[in-house]
Design a protein around this ligand. Structure first.
Ligand code: TXA
Ligand code: MG
Length: 349
């Protein structure tokens, strides 16, 4: 299949391209498009056959439900019940990086919800995403636009790398602002539960309801029945090709430990990538060092994380070692993705 790629100028949106891409969605095809979190791979959420194509293009497990993206607050037809707390969260955080899990209506095919009786709904703030949804005239089911298991794309070049030839259209915008997938809050339980941390932090959610909590299973390695509630959170995920290890603890000790590990690998003729920060980058003597940004700006670290992982894939390093971050505010989302990328291989110092 020939994939049409159009990079949009955000100051002067190409209406024809957006209308064309909207038509592709309406007619049952697939379009990759930017959102403020990561790039999405969209299909008509109400079209069972179109949604199946997403699973095929990504190589995604069938039991992993999709998020439905909408551009206006009229969501009554998608759900059977909108609890008061969901209304308050929508008012405060939509449009933006927040997905709400609600009871689904009959209009949503089982393929979209992977057979669950609930559905994730999100209103993105990204202008291209919103215009595309409006042009399509239907809600858009969209997982991240990567081949299943790989780090999510935050730049259009990565969508092209993973999906060219497999889908009809790729719309490009600028680098994704948040860089990590949306926060998911299950509003079908009382109190609501965070199934995936993201740009809307627990602290922000608790301003609306102080009882909201994070699913305790998502920050630890899944064992036995102690499994995350969001089906997608149980897979090894966001993973670079090379194995990734995290060194966690005091920063001076972290640097010493990473230098020691790197030396051991170099002695075995291995190439090592180091995920450092602006504050530490000069303390690593060997290996290929990349900074995720300043420790004083955790938002920027989250924004760069997936692209730095993909960059190490490009270089074909044998192993990647990363520093850790404090698990507060947006750092919870950053550490969640980092730990999953590492398959929970963490060295404490
Ligand atoms: O930021 C985002 O949410 C991006 C952009 C494209 O909008 N999308 C995204 O989709 O991250 P995806 O498919 O990569 O991740 C969806 C996650 C999975 O972990 C899935 O299991 C969970 O949401 N999920 C979807 N529907 C659910 C439901 N009804 N109940 C529990 N978890 C659900
Ligand atoms: Mg994904």
């Amino acid at each position: 299949m020939e994939t049409k790629v159009v990079i949009l100028d955000l100051d002067n949106l190409d209406r024809t391209a957006i209308e064309d891409a909207g038509k592709v969605i309406r007619n049952g095809g697939l379009v990759a498009f930017p959102t403020e979190t990561v790039y999405g791979l969209g299909a008509n959420a109400l079209d069972d056959i179109a949604v199946k194509k997403i699973f095929l293009a990504k190589g995604r497990p069938q039991d992993n439900p999709l998020i439905v993206h909408i551009a206006d607050f009229n969501i009554e037809y998608l759900t059977t019940e909108i609890p008061e707390i969901a209304k308050r969260l929508m008012e405060k955080f939509w449009p933006g990086p927040l997905t709400l899990i609600l009871k689904k209506s009959q209009i949503i095919p089982d393929t979209t919800s992977a057979g669950l009786n609930t559905i994730g709904i999100r209103m993105p703030s990204n202008i291209v995403a919103r215009e595309l949804i409006k042009a399509a005239g239907v809600p858009i089911a969209a997982p991240s636009a990567n081949v299943s298991g790989r780090p999510s794309p935050t730049e259009v070049s990565r969508c092209i790398e993973d999906l060219e030839g497999k889908i009809e259209y790729i719309l490009g915008g600028e680098k994704c602002d948040v860089g990590l997938e949306s926060t998911i809050v299950d509003c079908t339980v009382e109190p609501p539960c965070v199934l995936r941390p993201g740009g809307i932090t627990l602290e922000m959610l608790r301003e609306v309801n102080s009882e909201i909590y994070i699913d305790p299973a998502i920050m630890k390695k899944p064992v036995g029945d102690f499994k995350p509630k969001a089906p997608g959170m149980k897979y090894r995920h966001y993973a670079p090709k090379a194995p990734l290890k995290i060194v966690q603890g005091d920063l001076q000790k972290t640097i010493a430990k990473i230098n020691e590990i790197v030396q051991n690998y170099i002695d075995e003729n291995k190439t090592v990538g180091i995920m450092a920060t602006d504050e530490t980058v000069n303390f690593y003597k060997n290996g290929i060092v990349r900074s995720l940004g300043s420790r004083n700006d955790i938002s920027n670290i989250g924004k760069n994380l997936f692209e730095v992982l993909r960059g190490f894939d490009d270089l074909g390093v044998d192993i990647i070692i990363s520093e850790a971050f404090e698990e507060i505010d947006f750092g919870v989302a950053v550490m969640n993705r980092l730990k999953k990328s590492a398959g929970y291989d963490i060295i404490n110092v």
